[in-house]
Design a protein around this ligand. Structure first.
Ligand code: BYC
Ligand code: FE
Ligand code: FE
Length: 471
């Protein structure tokens, strides 16, 4: 089904046939546009950007590429096409037909999941809003804006569900999405990682590598939901998420590549004098971003998560590909625990360990890219390995929230943490230095000195293409 861009809100959900819903969303739209203007990408108003826009939700050819003036970008509502035979595939309702309306008894849980998911989307746009001023290239600037407009669209996806299925309190929640702000001391975003600053491009690539990957895992679990509209909207969001992680992974790989080149060229590990980013700084940023993202999965042992699963609202990653009863009867899962100040493990009922299981899959997936970064380092003959910190490092949620541990997973006391955390987390000096590198490069084809060029351009365009035109 193709999308009609002549409508005020492009969609594939027959909005035109539901006047009430259309009017409600048309009332929300100006507030959204004002939010985008105030809190979205700074100074982007007059930019023409080579963006992809969804024109159809079919697997091939959903995207159209072309220059779009930022204020003319059209956010739409797209769900993957329905499967009329779809069933609930796990939990106590397994085998029943998927819900097309909100099951009354699960209304508040479902709303909470949708609100938590929705809140992260505009949060990320807010966190990234100043990055356009210091882009390392036009290619990167374009990718930033592409990610931003799609996160804006992800907000639309959740707001659509709130408006279409949750009545008055859904509309109120939709309004609140534009009232909480990343890092606002009075009205912060719901999850802490979405209140952190993302003011430099090393942080941006860490964010899109680690935090958008949390998005992938959470969306994939919600895509299994028995509430069919949520499942269908998450499926389409996942196709966009792949690009965000591509931006993160290739961005980090290009920085690692450039750092290695500079190390070889100047025969030094200290790249400050030559305008590169030390591998040690990259490691500290990685420690920070990975650890705050582990918090996003919640407690290791969670009755909330157990309820979401049993109720059929949030499944496991690739639920239908798992070979078991999908009800977790009598099954156990091993989770980390703190035992008299020492890190141990414990078997608990698998259904209460869903958060931990998802976090484990996420960790494995995160490691894959790190292995590729390490291959770049090895290929330069450099003896250094980037590593993901231990799950106990720098945590604020879960079993390790109350303790300090090294990236290797050794428990340490407060004094040692205070003395040594600068070895492991970005220091003020790291931030100052990285910020000092953030000077805009906007000549087509040119790259900032701390990052290697990408292997290829976007959608078959050359590297020196004018991905963003300034007016
Ligand atoms: N921060 O039972 P638990 C994305 C609270 S990223 C603050 O473990 P549960 C994106 C929790 O609320 C994906 N509070 O919690 C990426 C609970 O409170 P109550 C975002 C936290 O319910 C980049 C208590 O602690 N999507 O899309 O299993 C760019 C007990 O915890 C946190 C989702 O997160 C925390 N980190 O929560 C743009 C999916 N963790 O009940 C976008 C939707 C826990 O005691 N959300 N608490 O008052 C969920 O599935 C779940 O709510 C959570 C885990 C995964 C967040
Ligand atoms: Fe998103
Ligand atoms: Fe994303």
């Amino acid at each position: 089904m193709n999308v009609d861009y002549n409508e005020t809100i492009p969609n594939n959900v027959n909005l035109a046939d539901d006047r009430r819903l259309l009017r409600a969303l048309e009332r929300w739209q100006p507030a959204y546009l004002k939010w985008w203007e105030d809190m979205g990408p700074a100074d982007s108003r007059n930019h023409e950007i080579y963006l992809r826009t969804a024109i159809s939700v079919e697997t091939d050819g959903w995207a159209n590429f072309g220059h779009v003036r930022m204020p003319e970008y059209r956010w739409g509502i797209f769900l993957t096409p329905p499967d009329p035979d779809r069933k609930i595939n796990f939990g106590m309702h397994k085998g029943e037909a998927a819900w097309q309306a909100v099951p009354g008894e699960y209304r508040s849980e479902l709303r909470r999941l949708i609100v938590t998911q929705g809140d992260t989307e505009p949060a990320s746009v807010e966190q990234q809003r100043r990055l356009g001023r210091t882009c390392p290239s036009l290619y990167d600037l374009r990718n930033l804006y592409q990610v931003n407009v799609e996160e804006g669209r992800h907000l639309w996806a959740m707001v659509y569900l709130l408006h279409a299925y949750f009545g008055r309190d859904g509309r109120e929640e939709a309004d609140m999405m534009l009232e909480r702000h990343a890092g606002d001391p009075d009205r912060p975003r719901i999850l802490q990682a979405f209140n952190e600053q993302t003011d430099d491009w090393l942080s941006f690539f860490m964010f899109t590598y680690f935090q958008d990957r949390d998005g992938k895992y959470q969306l994939a679990s919600l895509a299994e939901s028995g509430f069919d509209p949520l499942s269908r909207t998450c499926r389409f969001m996942l196709t966009e998420e792949a690009h965000h992680m591509f931006v993160g992974e290739t961005g980090l790989a290009r920085i690692v590549q450039r750092s290695c080149e500079l190390m070889r060229e100047h025969d030094t590990e200290d790249l400050r004098a030559v305008g590169g980013i030390d591998l040690a700084i990259i490691q500290r940023f990685m420690n920070f971003h990975f650890s705050i993202c582990l918090d996003l999965f919640g407690q290791e042992k969670s009755t909330n998560a157990a309820n979401y699963f049993t109720m059929g609202l949030k499944g496991r990653f690739q639920e239908t590909r798992i070979d078991d009863d999908h009800q977790l009867d009598g099954m156990v899962y091993r989770v980390p625990v703190l035992d008299g100040g020492r890190i141990g493990t414990q078997e608990i009922a698998a259904v209460t360990a869903s958060n931990e299981r998802l976090r484990d899959e996420y960790t494995k997936d995160s490691q894959r890219g790190v292995d590729r970064f390490n291959k770049i380092i090895r290929d330069h003959g450099i003896d250094f390995e980037l590593t993901l910190p231990h799950a106990a490092f720098n945590r604020s949620i879960g079993a390790f929230a109350g303790i300090h541990a090294t990236p290797a997973g050794q428990v340490i006391d407060d004094a040692e943490w205070a003395r040594r955390q600068g070895e492991w987390l970005p220091t003020p000096a790291d931030h100052d230095y990285v910020n000092s590198l953030m000077v805009p490069v906007t000549e087509p084809g040119r790259m900032a000195g701390w990052i290697a060029p990408p292997r290829r351009g976007i959608h078959g365009q050359p590297l020196d293409y004018d991905y963003v035109r300034f007016h």
